[in-house]
Every structure is written in C-alpha cells, then in structure tokens.
Design a protein around this ligand. Structure first.
Ligand code: ADP
Length: 394
C-alpha cells in the first residue's frame, strides 16, 4: 500500500497543504492546495501536479470555518481521496522552536505545551501553526505528527551572532536573534552540492525573496548568520513589513503619536514595506509593471536594503564564494536579480545577462569571482522529508 505524508502550513487566515507519496527513496508531490479566507468567505482548492483541479469548494461571504473547521474539512477530503493509501504522518511548519528545538520533533501533548510557550515570541504565527496540531491530536491521536521549525536551522549561529547589545540576562532569557525561513535555507543547503562543490563547501549568501524576505550566510552549508532577528520583521524590507528599524522610532510612535502596541504591530507588519512606500501594492510583479514614481521608489529601497544587508553578511563571512536567489522574487524576477547582482559587482560578481534573463540556474559569467545561482526552494519537501525521518526513527 503506498505511503503518504501530508504537510500543513497554517497561517492566520489560510491553511496550505501538500500530499507527498513515497516512491522508492523519493517523496513525490501528488496534491497541493489550500483553504483560504478562513474567517470571511472560505474557499478550498486542491490541484494535482499537472495543475488540474482535483477538489474545490466555496463557502459564502460572511461564513466562517476557522482553523478547526478547516482542518476537519481537510481530513474529510484526504480520507476520501486516499483510498488504499497509508497515511504515515503529518508534518507541520512551525515558526518558532525557541532554544530547545534545533531539530524537527514528534509532537505529543507534552511537546505541544512546550511549543505553546513560544507563542509570545511569535504571536502572529505560532498560534496558527499550532492550531491544526492540537485539533489533529484530538481527532486522530494515532496519526504521527512532526513539527518542523523555521528557527531550527539557525541554531548553529554563534552566541555572538545571536546577541543584542541589551543586558546579558535578557540574552539568557531568550531575547536574541533567532533567524527564520530556516526550512527554505535548509532545502537550498541540501541541493547546493549538486550545483557547485565550491558554493557548498565555501561562503554562500542565500537570498530568500518572497512576500517575507531574508538573507542567510552559509559556511559549509551551515547557517552562520541571517538578516532576521528576534522576530520575522527584522532585516530586509518586505512586501508589507518594514525590515530593520531604529527602535527609537517605536518609542517616538508611542510617546508622540499615542500609538499602542497593536497599532504599531499593524504598521510594522501589515502597512509598511513595498506596500507602505508605493501605496500601490505589496506584490513585486504589480510594482515592476507600474510606471508610478512611488512604485519605482519602493523597488529602489527594496534593492538598496538588500545591498546593505549583503555587505553586512559578506563581512560576517569574511568574503563570499556564491550568491543564491530563491523564493517568488528570487526565482522569477530577472530585473530584481540583475540589480542585486550589479550592486554586488564590488564583491567580484559579474552577471551573465542572457543566463539571468533565461532564469538560470547559473546567473554569472565564467570570469565572475563569485558564483550567482537561482534555485527554487521547496519548504514542503523539506518538511515531508523530516517527517518521514522522524517517524522512521521512532
Ligand atoms: P510567500 O512568501 O507568500 O511564499 P512567494 O515566495 O510566493 O511568497 O513570493 C511572492 C512574491 O514573488 C510576490 O511579491 C510576487 O510578486 C513575486 N513574484 C512571483 N513571480 C514573479 C515574477 N515573475 N516577477 C517578479 N516577482 C514575482
């Protein structure tokens, strides 16, 4: 009987899922989909690998499924579809594993309680990530569940890298730079040896440029530093998030503008970044297609922030052997890659125009001292792989 692993990535208003089937040693994607707008007008769609719709349902405007209702629906859909298939386990993307979890972990009620302790460290993500785990423990306690963490890959960072210039006791209490997008970086690190032995063994900076965006410095495929810190709002400017910000601005907003924590949170996470500067969109494609000066300004700042952060990570590594672009913008946008590569000419990087316009994977000339690559990330496959490994080890 074929064995399946389900991967769940639950956000504040949507649950994304993928179904992988074991094919010898390989895990092959069979179905992926999502239930979005969980609290307003839920809509479910599932597609096969060929893009054909294999399941679809819409609830009306004003209807509400919530995370529990959505998970129950998803279980029903999976049961219906998986006739003759053995569900080996469910892997979850969980944003925060704190200091305790440097590896994926099988979740039982005790582990779930431990992960709930990290809700205050990631209040916008962690509760939503944990909701389907809790529901599944109630509904199907015998199905093995594995939590895979966005922070885990960066647990190799030295203490110095993780430290803020705050009183030391705060560092010990967990107020430190954790770094995120770890599952994406781990996937890139896992495929890097196939593309370049030099990049895999040496100093490589990976640029994860999606709606959320960050950069990670790898040495020998291990994370040594990243642009995100205590929370996923730090570092690069993103679709709707500020990125790096002088904390004095937050004090000013509180003292002089009377803004409370929730209002500032909304500003920093939802109203800033590409959207805040352009006042048009958080979507890079829309901005690239626009001739509005503010759209151009938003793109200019986006690229400038990458340029600054690249310098910082290059200095942390003491040099760079390769740059790797990934995620929505990194994989697909030749113009943004071109700007970033050209801005990094001082590092000895020489863009190959035809190769970059063609989408890579190789983006640089033979003479370039630094290798440039565009590689698709696959966080879902990383989670499915970890889930299989953890379950097999039990
Ligand atoms: P998420 O972080 O939600 O997983 P993605 O990795 O899918 O996001 O990235 C979404 C971003 O990628 C959006 O800003 C989108 O405009 C951008 N993007 C996708 N395709 C292209 C493209 N061909 N050119 C420019 N930007 C693109």
């Amino acid at each position: 009987m074929p064995t399946a692993i389900v991967v769940i990535n639950a956000g504040s208003s949507s649950i994304k899922f993928s179904v992988f089937v074991e094919w010898g040693a390989e895990l092959r994607l069979q179905v992926r989909g999502q239930i979005e707008r969980l609290f307003t007008a839920p809509r479910f769609v599932a597609k096969g690998v060929d893009g054909a719709v294999v399941g679809e349902q819409a609830w009306g405007e004003g209807q509400r499924l919530g995370h529990d209702g959505a998970l129950d629906f998803l279980l029903g859909f999976l049961r219906e579809r998986s006739g003759g298939m053995n569900l080996a386990g469910v892997g979850h993307r969980v944003v925060h594993g704190g200091l305790e979890y440097a590896q994926p972990v099988r979740v039982d009620p005790r582990v779930l309680a431990a992960l709930e302790k990290y809700v205050p460290l990631a209040p916008l993500h962690q509760p939503h990530n944990l909701a389907p785990i809790r529901r599944l423990l109630e509904r199907a306690p015998d199905v093995p569940q594995v939590a895979c963490f966005d922070t885990a890959f960066h647990r190799t960072n030295a203490d110095l890298t993780q430290m803020f210039g705050l009183p030391y006791a705060m560092f010990e209490q967990g107020v430190r730079r954790y770094g995120f997008h770890g599952l994406s970086y781990e996937y890139i690190a896992s495929v890097l040896p196939r593309h370049s032995a030099r990049a895999a063994a040496g100093r490589t900076i990976v640029l994860h440029l999606g709606n959320g965006a960050s950069m990670c410095a790898l040495h020998g495929c291990r994370s040594v530093a990243s642009s995100m810190g205590f929370t996923a709002v730090d570092g690069l400017m993103m679709g709707t998030r500020t990125g790096n910000l002088d904390p004095g601005v937050v004090l000013y907003l509180m003292d002089q503008r009377g803004m409370d924590a929730r209002a500032i949170e909304k500003l920093l996470y939802n109203e800033s970044g590409l959207l805040g500067i352009s006042a048009i969109s958080s979507d890079m494609r829309t901005l690239l297609d626009s001739s509005e000066p503010r759209a151009r300004l938003a793109i200019d700042l986006y690229c400038y922030r990458i340029r600054r952060e690249l310098g910082s990570l290059a200095a942390a590594l003491g040099g760079v052997d390769a740059l790797v672009f990934t995620a929505g913008i990194g994989e697909n946008s030749a113009p943004i890659r071109a700007r970033v590569l050209d801005d990094a000419a001082w590092l000895g990087i020489e863009r190959d125009t035809t190769a970059n316009d063609g989408g890579g994977p190789l983006l640089t000339t033979a003479a370039s001292r630094v290798l440039g690559l565009a590689l698709p990330t696959n966080e879902e496959l990383m989670i499915a792989t970890h889930t299989r490994t953890v379950i097999r080890a039990q």
